[in-house]
Design a protein around this ligand. Structure first.
Ligand SMILES: NC(=O)c1ccc[n+]([C@@H]2O[C@H](COP(=O)([O-])OP(=O)(O)OC[C@H]3O[C@@H](n4cnc5c(N)ncnc54)[C@H](OP(=O)(O)O)[C@@H]3O)[C@@H](O)[C@H]2O)c1
Length: 247
């Protein structure tokens, strides 16, 4: 039986992906900053471990406790929407610490066992905003675009060891906690000079006709892990798929 370790399983895409793999008879190591056993279905094949991807000790302890892993899903991530001029470097670093360096650190921690066994898959969840740029998302987009580039280079480097690295690019998913979780980083970061522009951007976001469901992301991650012939980049969700086709 194969084992997947997923980061950021307390809600959203990570939680749905954990459920999806459990339903398909995988062993799941569901990691979250504050472990809770009430969000996941009860299963003998499920372990919930504490993991903060920005904390090296937490990474070391979780990887050690998890034991042999067949697939790593770097899903944990945080958002930020706002004009760059109103974004503190502290917030910019926070976004990169989680989305970019957290993913790199988790990958590095998992690689020795994959390389030694000459088997393993890593799936990095980035975003469709890296396919077509949107305003007020410069820092977030940069943090995810860096992981696209990281993944595509690393995929070549790991080919000799039979380790695959893939990208899942979700579109906008209003059903997850992503927007609410981002709000604390967006307090007071809207300079007056950008107010009218920001209002027009928010108004344009309104009610999109196409969106991404958490299930779309779980299906795309499943494909990335189980279909060795799939492309390195997989768009997830109707909006992301439409965007990828138009690029
Ligand atoms: N929702 C969207 O519209 C959208 C679109 C494209 C891409 N994405 C990406 O998809 C991924 C999942 O997002 P989501 O929509 O499912 O959002 P979500 O519901 O907010 O889930 C994000 C998860 O990441 C975890 N997390 C945050 N910081 C962490 C850290 N330092 N260490 C470990 N876990 C951490 C959160 O855990 P806590 O409970 O501990 O905060 C939460 O479980 C993210 O990488 C996001 O950038 C989202």
């Amino acid at each position: 039986m194969k084992t997947v370790l997923i980061t950021g399983c307390s809600s959203g895409f990570g939680l749905e992906t954990a459920r999806y793999f459990l339903d398909r008879d995988w062993q799941v190591v569901a990691t979250m900053r504050t472990p809770r056993d009430d969000v996941m279905p009860r299963s003998e094949r499920l372990r919930v471990l504490a993991l903060d991807v920005t904390n090296p000790d937490s990474i070391r302890q979780a990887v050690q406790a998890a034991g042999p892993i067949d697939a790593l899903v770097n899903n944990a991530g945080i958002g930020m929407l706002g004009a760059l001029e109103g974004t503190s470097m502290q917030v910019a670093r926070e976004v990169f610490e989680t989305n970019t360096f957290g993913t790199i650190a988790m990958t590095q921690a998992m690689l020795p066992q994959f390389r030694e066994r000459k088997a393993g898959v890593i799936v990095n969840v980035t975003s469709s905003v890296t396919l077509k740029s949107l305003p007020l998302l410069s820092v977030y987009t940069a943090s995810k675009a860096a992981i696209n580039a990281f993944t595509e280079s690393l995929a070549l480097e790991l080919q000799p060891f039979n380790v695959r690295v893939s990208l899942v690019l979700p579109g906008r998913a209003p059903e997850t906690s992503f927007g609410a979780n981002a709000r604390s980083r967006m307090q007071g970061n809207s300079p007056e000079a950008y107010a009218a522009f920001a209002q027009s951007v928010f108004a344009g976001m309104g009610q999109p006709s196409l969106i991404t469901r958490a299930l779309d992301v779980a299906e795309a991650v499943w494909r990335a892990v189980n279909d060795a012939s799939c492309p390195v980049r997989i768009a997830a969700g109707a909006d992301a798929v439409a965007l990828a086709e138009s690029c």
